[in-house]
Design a protein around this ligand. Structure first.
Ligand code: SF4
Length: 118
């Protein structure tokens, strides 16, 4: 699925599936209860990105056939995920965009504005 931003730029978005919609709801990271990734992927911008764990994990998930990572670490929007926490019944600490940068320059402002809003 493709998503066209206000500037006319075309972004890729992954289709919704029930299995994919629930992925990432729980986390093994000790300081958070859940991860929430309405966007996956990023772009290396500095030497500090050299050992980016998100890139490494994205490539692993792609190799494992995870539908969210068909495009590996390329910036990918997941429109079906923008309101995911609103469906969670129990409160939890959420690591937002553990696999990307929500404010990456390639992400349309209207998409960012919709994150967390029904
Ligand atoms: S997620 Fe962070 S460390 Fe990884 S490429 Fe993006 S900015 Fe760099």
């Amino acid at each position: 699925m493709r998503y066209i931003g206000a500037t006319g730029a075309i972004f890729h978005a992954e289709p919704t599936t029930e299995r994919a919609a629930t992925m990432g709801a729980k986390s093994a990271i000790e300081w958070t209860d859940a991860t929430w990734n309405p966007v996956t992927g990023c772009t290396k911008v500095s030497p500090g990105c050299k050992h980016c764990y998100a890139e490494r994990l994205a490539m692993h998930l792609q190799a494992m056939g995870n539908p969210r990572y068909r495009r590996g670490f390329a910036v990918t929007l997941h429109p079906d995920q923008v309101t995911l926490p609103l469906r969670w019944r129990q409160p939890r600490r959420i690591f937002v965009n553990s696999m990307s940068d929500l404010f990456h320059e390639a992400i349309p402002d209207e998409f960012i504005m919709g994150v967390g809003h029904p």
